[in-house]
Unconditional design. Structure first.
Length: 714
């Protein structure tokens, strides 16, 4: 407690008889082994937490004792835990500001109206200041929830069993059908007709979500008196205020109330998933898919994420026993700045334990960065189809999450009384921070690299390809055979080719006879026949060359590798089909795909190239660029690089082979050292192109410009 023990202004408050208001309820909680008392304001819907020492003072406020009587009880036995008069007055002021106590004095009507107006302004500003926070209350759902619980018979165990029977099999079936579910592209999701369907289904899914919160909260005995509409990015969705669950003494009940909405959505998603499996392609199947999308993806990305102030955040608070984690973490960082950056000696940290402070240090910056990331990601996603709306969301996020906090901080530094005695230090710290940020952004070169994916490949001469189309007649060389250039691998046959050769030979013979007959009769006719004969002989030569290529031969020296050689005889091969490989002594290559917006840096400013193989990620191999495709393509060199083959490059879902990409890319060929193992041909590799260091500001500017050029053509 602070010192001195007595306060100069005590005489003004000594005769007051404070009394806790009748609508206030107390709940005893245990957090991290310590006892705390949660005060529930049943009218205002607010909850505040006090330690046992503060609760002892509040418990004495019965409307009979004066402040002097309360002070006499507190100081009957002086100890280190005895509060000072300033502490008691500060507690009384905070309770009065929260409308939790009343005193036996004539109320100042003007002051009451001013406080009420201030609370209303603060409430509406907190709603409008958040793009997803504007709430419009509609009605009291408490009786409806009680009726639904009576209808269900309050059989919680049975409901939990039904939930597991429906949801768990769906989770087991999901991996087998993930490819079909994820084949829908962004353009298809954002199509006008699908957006209309999503707009209709989203509120219906969220009604189930909010109903889950309300039912579980009412099931455990807490009242639910508010439901309404929340404007989520301007779009109306339902909400239920189940905040009274914080009064539960069991943290598991509080966490279950927070998780109830997500559990209800997963139940709906599982039912929709079963319907999607059973229905034929059409409108009904599209509805089922959209319900699965809304009730699963939005739940995982938003509701279950503790870094956003949705259900996952409240679950985290209850499970780690750190109430009001976000607000207290922000206040703790504010205290650190005031105390250690600006030298305010009287700064007081929020009351907390050492374990809670560790959470404060980690949670505040991580959640802030993630909120910015998810907001700008949503803006970018929307702007790709609706440019103006996406820009408005980005500007709103920038103003609300960046500019407004900076303005508030600047105002506090200028007008805050705690900084009055530290003006010089405040100015120095601010100028030093701005200078440091400027140097880091514009002057200090930062490492720069480009990451890409590639596939381990062999040189073209090490790939055994069918040189002509036909059926495999017999194998001449078997896997493991040591081959030299020109040595036969297999023999193919093409009955139609033999027939075409005979027909072409007959045409050539016929023309030769006609040419001989006209030689001594008509010189001009003979010249015409001679030209036709040359054309037919050339065609015959090509057919004979094609026939010779039916004998497939090795083009390099190495060990023959064939997959399922027993299946080759009788199999039809098209020209260019890969039959097998030759393990040669030469170096392997890597075929890398680089997106169009990154190829300039790779082409013009690459200082070194390194690769990692998935079989041994601890080993880094050097590589060298050999060639780059002169123009952008939309075809992958291997299906393993696309999303259908486990890669990262988005491919056209209409392409069964998984080779056609949705975005333009460039292919780069790299050579590897000879000691790189070539036993994993066709597997993924990660490629890192090192570029010249560059200040972060220039990289950000170029990245934003490239983003607008590539995504929005502006």
């Amino acid at each position: 407690m602070s010192r001195p023990l007595l306060a100069e202004g005590w005489y003004r408050m000594r005769h007051l008889r404070p009394r806790v208001r009748s609508h206030v309820r107390f709940h005893r909680h245990a957090y991290r082994g310590e006892v705390w008392h949660v005060i529930e304001d049943r009218l205002g819907g607010k909850h505040q937490r006090f330690n046992p020492h503060a609760y002892r003072i509040i418990d004495l406020m019965d409307g009979v004792r004066t402040m002097d009587d309360i002070w006499a009880v507190l100081t009957a036995e002086l100890s280190d835990e005895t509060p000072t008069q300033n502490d008691v007055l500060q507690l009384l002021a905070s309770l009065h500001a929260a409308d939790l106590v009343q005193v036996d004095v004539t109320p100042d009507t003007a002051e009451l109206l001013q406080r009420r107006s201030k609370q209303v302004r603060r409430k509406w500003f907190s709603r409008l200041g958040n793009p997803v926070g504007l709430r419009i209350p509609l009605f009291d759902p408490d009786r409806l929830l009680q009726a639904l619980l009576r209808l269900s018979g309050r059989r919680g165990a049975v409901i939990a069993m039904i939930w597991m029977v429906v949801v768990l099999p769906a989770l087991l079936l999901l991996p087998a059908h993930w490819h079909a579910l994820s084949a829908t592209t962004r353009d298809q999701i954002l199509a006008a007709d699908n957006l209309l369907m999503l707009a209709v289904l989203f509120p219906l899914v969220k009604i189930v979500h909010e109903l889950g919160h309300g039912l579980v909260c009412r099931y455990f005995g807490a009242e639910v008196h508010e439901t309404g509409v929340m404007l989520l990015l301007g779009y109306p969705v339902p909400y239920v205020d189940a905040s009274n669950s914080v009064a539960f003494t069991s943290k598991w009940r509080r966490a279950l109330v927070a998780a109830a909405g997500m559990l209800a959505e997963l139940f709906v998603a599982a039912l929709a998933f079963y319907a999607w499996l059973l229905l034929e392609p059409g409108t009904a199947r599209g509805v089922a898919f959209n319900i699965v999308l809304l009730a699963s993806v939005t739940t995982v990305v938003f509701n279950a994420n503790p870094l956003l102030r949705f259900d996952g955040y409240y679950m985290l608070m209850d499970l780690i026993e750190v109430p009001n984690l976000s607000g207290r973490a922000n206040r703790y960082w504010q205290y650190l700045a005031e105390r250690f950056a600006f030298g305010v000696r009287g700064a007081q940290p929020p009351q907390s334990t050492s374990g809670e402070r560790r959470w404060f240090v980690l949670y505040a910056p991580v959640s802030y960065v993630y909120r910015l990331f998810i907001s700008f990601t949503i803006a970018l996603f929307v702007a790709s189809q609706f440019f103006l709306i996406g820009v408005m969301i980005a500007l709103w996020t920038l103003g609300q999450s960046v500019l407004w906090p900076l303005l508030k901080a600047a105002r506090a530094l200028i007008t805050g009384p705690q900084f009055a005695a530290q003006t010089g230090r405040v100015q120095g710290v601010v100028l030093a921070a701005l200078a440091l940020a400027g140097v880091l952004l514009f002057a200090v070169p930062a490492p720069r690299n480009t990451l890409a994916t590639g596939v381990l490949w062999l040189p073209e001469q090490s790939i055994v390809r069918a040189q002509s189309a036909g059926f495999v007649r017999r194998l001449i060389a078997y896997p493991g055979a040591q081959l030299k250039p020109g040595q036969p691998v297999l023999e193919m046959t093409d009955p139609s080719l033999a027939a075409r050769i005979r027909v072409q030979q007959a045409r050539a013979d016929e023309l030769r006879v006609q040419y001989d007959a006209q030689w001594g009769v008509s010189q001009s006719k003979a010249l015409q026949l001679e030209q036709q004969l040359g054309t037919e002989l050339a065609a015959l030569a090509r057919l004979h060359d094609e026939s010779r290529r039916l004998m497939l031969k090795a083009s390099a020296e190495g060990t023959l590798l064939l997959q399922t050689p027993e299946d080759l005889p009788g199999r039809y091969l098209r020209q260019g089909d890969v039959v097998g490989y030759l393990r040669t002594q030469g170096a392997s290559i890597v075929r890398v795909v680089v997106m169009q917006d990154e190829v300039d840096a790779v082409r013009l400013d690459t200082r070194s190239v390194q690769i990692r193989m998935v079989q041994d990620t601890s080993r880094i191999w050097p590589a060298a660029q050999v060639r780059t495709t002169p123009s952008a393509v939309r075809q992958l060199p291997s299906a393993v690089l696309g999303t259908k083959g486990g890669g990262t490059v988005a491919v056209d879902p209409r392409d069964d082979k998984g080779l056609s990409t949705l975005e333009s890319l460039f292919e780069i060929e790299l050579t590897l050292p000879t000691e790189v193992p070539s036993d994993f041909i066709g597997s993924h590799v990660t490629v890192r192109f090192e570029h010249s260091p560059e200040p972060i500001a220039w990289r950000l500017g170029r990245g934003i410009r490239r983003l607008f050029l590539s995504k929005f053509s502006t």
